[in-house]
Write a protein that binds this ligand. Structure first.
Ligand code: ATP
Length: 347
């Protein structure tokens, strides 16, 4: 597959702040990427640099093989074949759905424009709302109009800036999955910014995790969740606890956690390791002799998420079916399944 977007060693600085430092990332044609990270890490700045709204101080951004931003040149946003979907949708309130979608198509003949608008209306399942105005639509429908408008000129890449954050939490992941299906079916290359990992997981083939202006890991969602390469990634992605545990040469862990297969352990481990324990690494087992006191619990509908105390006071999470309803202060019988835990050097 050819690379559609290549960001190479890109630095973006505002007057006295380096917002992005030496970021490198690429997307193949039809691939969906996501820039994920905490507030202020530089995600929006990087997206804006790709869109042409911010110049880059160093490095290069290429789209479909052509350099569109480097230290010497910034192609104006309107000349880039880039579609944008903004957080607030940015629809024109006085224009109908059709006219919103057709807004960027003024250069093509009227007949072709109408055909393209109709195709886009079909694509986002809004054919019956063509003459409505934005205020007559739900948030999710407005979002789909914004998507159709951005896709109508057939851009080389679609950039989405927190596109679901104005929608109900419940709708967000569902819509992210729907938008993914739509983009994949139409082989659209896309890059989304979000701080919400559920959205990133639902949408992306590939996630670039950012921290303090740097890309710290690029991976598929599964890898990012199960194989975080740093304590930052382990902490930011998913639920879980990072605990300090003594380990002996045979892989036996303190705190009655059991043992790890020494073949799989990283080299040069000290006597203490840091272990990322996910809720699914600790299983409820009523026949187990290991009973841990319940410190807190949260009802999640299908599940309870328990926080359990180890003998030294550190806590580990445990996900059970919500039928397992045991009061805080009592103990939960559990089994550790350490096959998938992630180990970091404790030093
Ligand atoms: P959020 O999720 O809160 O939107 P973000 O990850 O998108 O955050 P950016 O908005 O890219 O982060 O900001 C990165 C850094 O650059 C922050 O320190 C921010 O204060 C700074 N910054 C952003 N825009 C400007 C600007 N126009 N002028 C100066 N500094 C800026």
């Amino acid at each position: 597959m050819n690379d559609q977007l290549v960001i190479n060693e890109v630095t973006v600085a505002y007057s006295n702040v380096t917002a992005i430092s030496k970021a490198s990332f690429s997307l193949a044609e039809g691939e969906i990427g996501c820039l994920l990270g905490p507030s202020g890490c530089g995600k929006t700045t990087l997206l804006r640099a790709i869109a042409g709204f911010e110049p880059v101080t160093e490095g290069n951004v290429s789209l479909h093989g052509e350099s569109i931003s480097n230290a010497k040149y910034t192609q104006p946003p309107e000349d880039r074949e880039v579609g944008m979907v903004f957080q607030d949708f940015a629809l024109f309130p006085h224009l109908s759905v059709s006219k919103n979608i057709g807004f960027g198509l003024s250069k093509i003949p009227a007949k072709q424009r109408d055909e393209r608008i109709n195709d886009m209306l079909e694509l986002v399942s809004l054919a019956n709302s063509a003459e409505k105005f934005p205020h007559e639509l739900s948030g999710g429908q407005q979002q789909r109009v914004a998507l159709a408008r951005a896709l109508a000129p057939n851009p080389q890449i679609l950039l989405l800036d927190e596109p679901f954050s104005n929608l109900d939490a419940e709708l967000r992941t569902q819509l992210a999955a729907e938008v993914r299906t739509l983009l994949k079916a139409n082989k659209v290359t896309a890059l989304m910014v979000t701080h919400d990992q559920d959205e990133a997981f639902a949408m992306a083939d590939k996630i670039a995790l950012l921290n303090k202006g740097a890309i710290v890991q690029i991976d598929a969602p599964y890898q990012l969740y199960h194989k975080p390469s740093s304590l930052f990634a382990a902490d930011f992605i998913g639920k879980g606890s990072v605990i300090n545990v003594e380990i002996d040469a045979a892989g036996l862990l303190g705190n009655d956690l059991g043992s790890l297969s020494i073949q799989t352990l990283p080299k040069d481990l000290g006597n203490t390791v840091k272990l990322l324990v996910r809720p699914d690494d600790v299983t409820y087992d009523k026949t187990s002799d290991t009973r841990l006191p319940i410190v807190s619990k949260v009802f999640l509908g299908a599940n309870y998420l328990y926080e359990l105390a180890l003998t030294d006071g550190q806590c580990v999470p445990c996900l059970t079916q919500s039928h397992i309803d045991i009061p805080i202060g009592e103990t939960l019988p559990v089994r550790f399944d350490l096959r998938h835990v992630v180990i970091f050097n404790g030093e």
